[in-house]
Design a protein around this ligand. Sequence first.
Ligand SMILES: [Fe+2]
Length: 263
Amino acid sequence: MKFAIVPDLHLLAPPERLWGLDPYARLDACLSDIAEWHGDAEFCVIMGDLADRGELDAYRALKRRLENFPLKTHLMIGNHDDRATFQRAFPDMPRDAEGFVQIEQENDAGVFLYLDTVEAGTAAGVYCDSRRAWLRDRLAAAGDRPVYLFMHHPPFDIAVPYLDRIKLEEADAFEEIVRGAGNVRHLFFAHVHRPVQVVWKGLPACALPALNHQVPLRREAVSSRYSDEPPMYSVVDITSDSVIVNSDCFLNRKACVMPPNKS
Ligand SMILES: [Fe+2]
């Protein structure tokens, strides 16, 4: 089973640019590259921070683009999003009984859970009692089937101090739920604007660079807080014995100086 992951978008009301970069040009290039080369994927997930300032016009612009995108797409929210405005733009997007953007999807690979870790007023992640109860129930209902978690905020440090200050708060309570269930196979996260792989208490996890701007690994390495490094999307192939995550620097892909590929 194959699916695609698109990282943080940070769209503004079009055609506004962000930090000197054009998030719409990058989104268009990303979606078109996925459609061209990975049209066999079953679906796509966009991992939150859809809109940099939670603007309605940004969500509407995203919605227009997705209408022409051939893959069914699950949308998550991040700390830059405004949940109510997002739900106004996407009224059909599923939500849990408390109104959080939490979605369960079953497919041939197992149970996919898309979590809502957003709390207004903080860049850090919050997973409250109500959301924990939803997760506990969903993990219990999954039983022996493998579960794949998708969450904007990581529940662990990634050894980048600026980001470790705004990870998921009260991560111990979250870990207890995941560990107790024992059926989570992989964790996909966003928020960090960096390509990073982590094994957290035995659970493999990974993230991608964002689509617009990145967080430099060493803050002193560039003169601005954010950096312009190649964006990527991922395609994930899940088999009975592997979770294979391939990431593609679609904007920076060029032929080498060598004879053309005839095969
Ligand atoms: Fe972000």
